[in-house]
Design a protein around this ligand. Structure first.
Ligand code: G4P
Length: 526
């Protein structure tokens, strides 16, 4: 194998999907701890700041500053190099959260054992379905009173449509949580030491090992009954089905006390796919292709007013990035020399010497890079699958000084290209409507319009509940649809037409009335 194929085979690039408070931050920290990327728990911060985030700029700035450094975390584990991409949650939930999921090869789903499958998880799972991303599941917080494990698996199967193959099974729960039993290894991992110590784990081989019944008491009897059920009626792990995103291996544990985390990480690096080929306008691009290529999935404004640059996050898809190389921006049609790309090792930024497929590099962007941009060594290929997502929150922009309308439009177009918001211009009036999937996006846009473009505006609620990109191959039918719905049609910043629905019912009725029209909830960048 060539050096490039070796490096590709070692990489695992993934993101964590979860509902706020399920334990994503805690688990991230524990994974970094196991990977040796941080020494101390408490390093991955950000949640506290984001939780209290308001439109107060200081809070925003702090939070943004933090999330630049935690956007991508790379760490070695066993023979692998793991890239963990942060998916902004809580109030900083945004389109970035969705788009990050288009840049990974697999995902880790964290579920709170007391709450089960929650709404945000369902949404994020829908996004992973766009690319059939394989999912490993971690059921967290077993140290608290939880719902019965079998019920949780049923819920994952029914609500998310994923078969569950339990890999570990909890021994007890809440105060009686004693460890996990690994079904494939036929081995117990029992926790003996203080709650936050990684090392105090005792292994016992065999489900029926002598002495276990006396030692573990009632939770052991329950475990035996449940394991019998799982072995009779459950789904065995199947690599093929996992890779096709039809089945999820399930681990149980408690992130805060490190229970079950190492077993999860071991299973994850064994099974998660290495960098996968990606569709492009020309052909599928294999990671082992020698020529460099990659795409931008996120742009992060540097909120330090002294440094106006922004960081564009590029996922390497093929070839090797070496420091100082010339990269061809396919959209702009010119070459740029990249001498100072960043990598993100835990909490430090370093200048990258080399990066391989699956890795993320940060490019300094002075306004010339847009979301979805492809970079190559010269070939004109455009990666697909980094779409805009239909927003669910809408605001009407009201300009305080009407003479600033030109600056407003320029600023909005730029912020749109960075993926900070989406802009819609209704065809029947001169309104400007902003769309977002997370409410903090509006605060960021309002601040940046003022700070960077000198435009003072306020946002008003808009009576819109969702947007769909509309199209129809039959021009006559499409015209008729547009004429009948003129008041609800708008153009996005690239001129594509959207239907702005006033309610889910309104959308459903319109779809029913116009069956020939396609209503899409994502749209590729063009
Ligand atoms: P998130 O990023 O998914 O939003 O979740 P985060 O890790 O911040 O965890 C949310 C809360 O759940 C935190 O408590 C955290 O300590 C707790 N938690 C995470 N994992 C476990 C676990 O395995 N068991 C138990 N019992 N709790 C867990 P908090 O009080 O909201 O915040 P903090 O004051 O502890 O930071």
């Amino acid at each position: 194998m060539s050096a490039l194929s070796d490096e590709v085979a070692r990489r695992r690039t993934f993101a964590i999907i979860s509902h706020p408070d399920a334990g994503k931050t805690t688990l991230t920290e524990k994974l970094l701890l196991f990977g040796g990327a941080i020494q101390l728990a408490g390093t991955v911060k950000g949640k506290k700041a984001s939780r209290h985030a308001t439109s107060d700029w200081m809070a925003l700035e702090q939070q943004r500053g933090i999330s630049v450094t935690t956007s991508v975390m790379q760490f070695p584990y066993r023979e692998r190099i793991v890239n963990l991409l942060d998916t902004p949650g809580h109030e900083d939930f945004s389109e970035d959260t969705y788009r990050t999921l288009t840049a990974v090869d697999s995902a880790l789903m964290v579920i709170d054992a007391a709450k089960g499958v929650e709404p945000r998880t369902i949404k994020l799972m829908e996004v992973t379905r766009l690319r059939d991303t394989p999912i490993v599941t971690f059921v967290n917080k077993l140290d608290r009173e939880s719902r019965p494990s079998l019920d949780l698996l049923d819920e994952i199967e029914n609500v998310l449509g994923l078969s569950c193959a339990p890999i570990t099974w909890p021994v007890g729960m809440g105060r009686d949580f004693k460890g996990v039993y690994h079904l494939l290894e036929d081995r117990f991992y029992l926790y003996t030491g203080p709650k936050d110590r990684v090392s105090d784990i005792e292994t016992v081989d065999g489900l029926h090992a002598p002495g276990l019944a006396e030692r573990l008491g009632r939770p052991y009897q329950t475990l035996l009954e449940e394991i019998e059920l799982v072995q009779m009626a459950g789904t065995p792990f199947d690599m093929e089905q996992y890779r096709q995103a039809k089945l999820t291996p399930v681990f149980f544990g408690s992130a805060i006390s490190n229970f079950g985390v190492r077993e999860l990480l071991n299973g994850f690096v064994d099974w998660a796919p290495p960098p996968q080929p990606r569709e492009s306008s020309v052909r599928p691009i294999k990671p082992s292709d020698e020529r460099f290529s990659g795409f931008v999935f996120k742009i992060q404004a540097n909120m330090d007013p002294k440094h106006r640059d922004r960081i564009a996050f590029l996922r390497v898809c093929s070839g090797v990035y070496t420091r100082g190389m010339n990269l061809h921006s396919v959209r702009v049609g010119s070459n740029v020399r990249i001498s100072n790309a960043l990598t993100f090792m835990a909490s430090d930024r370093d200048v990258v010497e080399q990066a391989y497929p699956g890795d993320i590099i940060g490019l300094h962007n002075h306004g010339t890079i847009s979301i979805g941009d492809s970079f190559t060594e010269g070939e004109d290929l455009v990666f697909s699958g980094i779409p805009n997502f239909a927003p669910e929150l809408f605001r009407r922009v009201v300009l305080r000084d009407p003479l600033k309308s030109k600056q407003l439009n320029k600023g909005l177009d730029q912020l749109c290209e960075e993926g900070a918001t989406q802009v819609y211009r209704p065809v029947s009036n001169n309104d400007i409507v902003l769309g977002a999937v997370g409410v903090l996006q509006f605060d960021v846009v309002q601040y940046r319009l003022k700070d960077e473009y000198g435009v003072d505006c306020v946002f008003e609620p808009a009576a819109i509940s969702t947007a769909r990109w509309v199209s129809c191959p039959d021009e006559k039918k499409f015209r008729e649809f547009r004429e009948k719905n003129e008041l609800r049609i708008a153009a996005d910043h690239q001129g594509a037409l959207v239907y702005l629905a006033s309610s889910p019912v309104n959308l459903a009725m319109t779809q029913e009335r116009f069956p020939d029209i396609a209503f899409d909830d994502t749209r590729e960048h063009s």
